[in-house]
Design a protein around this ligand. Structure first.
Ligand SMILES: Cc1ncc(COP(=O)(O)O)c(C=O)c1O
Length: 379
């Protein structure tokens, strides 16, 4: 990624994915909506329990599709965490809605459910939560708030395919949920995403919006004899070639996630004493949450300490990177967003959080080097 001996992330495409890719090439169907796409969509539904899955060109596009499905009017408001990737908010701003930023919980960095009610106004239409690192938000509480105020819940589950909350898969709590298959994610095809639809009434329109506003899905199923322009929409269909790679990755999902969890647990055990000694915060996984080892992060007390840590690790040829910059403080967030009060947790994480290398082919000896380099650092 940046030339250091131990990168932060390293995608791994196994022979199974390559075989699946070559079969897709040989099938002469390399655009979207082919057999590979159908198989992957069905597999994601049967694995997670989602009613319908639509593969998309990215998680960002799945979020945009969600925004369109919410039928937002200009100045409608969507509650989002400040500590998240740009797309969680920009997808709604793109269609004229105002993202309203809420701070995160100190322990999980997920949206602080206790702050949501205060952010609701008569213009609020939806809450888009992010399961940071695949660790679930407090979905019971969030769904109860949404029910009380008649709001749509969208889960930005970019990090957490196969992760669970109270035994139920993330991505199946909201009316809609989005996944990312970007190269940094546990399961990847380079660039890609998915929309999981749990509210049956949204399925038909979602198929139309994803496919340029046409009823081509109905045509492909033989339900109409020609397809035409029936709504607005865009070109968010994933190529079958990428779906073929995803098929291979998903066959190995348990193995991929188990290896990542081993690495994550090893960091957590080996760094505990050092972190406690230096007042460095480690990730927290509440009871009832089963994560998939997506992110291992440390939070220093001060920004200077993080800077020194990253430089120290770089000297040892190890790449450690920070994550989000709080959106309420970004130039566009300030222009288009609404936020209530301050977001001190998001600001602190923006300044002080660092992620350690975590990828499937990280060897034991390289992980030991990362741990030794970390514990040799006095932040
Ligand atoms: C929480 C979250 N949402 C959305 C995205 C966007 O994903 P994609 O690159 O697939 O559009 C990311 C990217 O990392 C993310 O972290």
């Amino acid at each position: 990624m940046n030339g250091l001996r131990i990168p932060f992330n390293k995608p791994f495409i196994a022979p199974l994915e390559l075989e699946s890719f070559m079969k897709a090439v040989a099938s002469d169907h390399i655009s979207g909506a082919g057999k590979c796409t159908d198989r992957v969509e069905d597999l994601i539904c049967s694995t997670t329990g989602a009613r319908r899955t639509l593969l998309t060109t990215s998680c960002t596009h799945a979020l945009e599709l969600s925004a369109l499905l919410c039928n937002l009017a200009p100045d409608d408001e969507v509650i989002v965490p400040s500590y998240t990737f740009v797309s969680t908010a920009s997808a709604f701003a793109l269609f004229g809605a105002k993202p309203v930023f809420v701070d995160s919980r100190q322990d999980t960095l997920n949206i602080d459910a206790s702050l949501i009610e205060a952010a609701i106004t008569p213009r609020t239409r939806a809450i888009c939560v992010v399961h940071y690192g695949g660790v679930a938000c407090e979905m019971e509480q969030i769904l109860a708030i949404a029910r009380a105020h008649n709001l749509i819940v969208i889960e930005d589950n970019a990090h957490g395919l196969c992760a669970k909350y109270s035994g139920k898969n993330l991505g199946t709590f909201g009316s809609l949920a989005t996944q990312s298959f970007h190269e940094t994610k546990n399961i990847t095809c380079g660039e890609g995403g998915a929309l999981l639809i749990n509210d049956e009434s949204l399925i038909e329109r979602a198929e139309i919006l994803r496919d340029k506003g046409t009823n081509r899905s109905n045509f492909l199923r033989g339900q109409v004899d020609k397809y035409t322009w029936v709504d607005i929409g865009s070109s968010w269909v994933m190529s079958d070639l990428l779906a073929a790679i995803l098929w291979g990755q998903l066959q190995r999902a348990d193995e991929i996630n188990a290896r990542r969890i081993d690495i994550w647990n090893c960091y957590d055990i080996e760094l505990r004493e050092w972190a406690d000694r230096h007042g460095v915060m480690r990730p927290f996984v509440p009871e009832g949450c089963e994560h998939v080892g997506h992110v291992y992060h440390l939070r220093f007390r001060e920004a200077e300490q993080r800077k020194r840590f990253i430089a120290h690790m770089k000297e040892k040829e190890i790449s450690c990177v920070f994550h989000y910059q709080p959106l309420h403080a970004s130039p566009v967030g300030q222009r288009f967003g609404g936020f209530i009060g301050q977001c001190p947790v998001a600001e602190h994480a923006g300044d002080c959080l660092v992620r350690l290398p975590l990828y499937n082919t990280l060897t034991e000896s390289d992980q030991t080097r990362v741990i030794e380099a970390t514990t040799n650092c006095t932040p």
